[in-house]
Design a protein around this ligand. Sequence first.
Ligand SMILES: [Fe+2]
Ligand SMILES: [Fe+2]
Length: 173
Amino acid sequence: MAGKAGFASGVVDMLKEDHRKVKGLFEEYQDATGREKAKIADTVIQELEVHADLEERLIYPAIRKEIGEDSLMNEAVEEHHLVHVVIAELKKLKPSDEKFQAKFTVLGELVKHHIEEEEGEMLPLAEDSSIDWERLEAQVMKRKEQLMMKASGRGKAGARSSSRSRSPKKSTR
Ligand SMILES: [Fe+2]
Ligand SMILES: [Fe+2]
């Protein structure tokens, strides 16, 4: 069976859109300077934390159950672990610190590799499986909303409370 592609696309599209956005931000970071760099880093960390939470709590367990590829899933979980470790280290450094920049660049490489594996291997398998996408999508949307609310409530991580600022001119590609 070709999977319930109609519903798969809601969750899978959201993941891919997040991936595209975060990859764009890592690129922007390279060209940015000073406070702009710090702001981008702050946004990336927030985006990654929400995205990782949704995958770890809801999406990965649903996929793991259906595709029967434990080693693939275990590797993805380990990559998430590394991402969390690097993020925790970044949070202890000042964005202006040279070490921060090096670590942030390595984080970008890690994330890019991880995205390639998800989009190249995991998600195609998931789309062909018989996951209950409709149910999963409802769970993901609900949790995402909660996480975003929490994130915007603790806006003192970076520059004041502007961590959610959407500048309309800045395309992430
Ligand atoms: Fe992902
Ligand atoms: Fe992931």
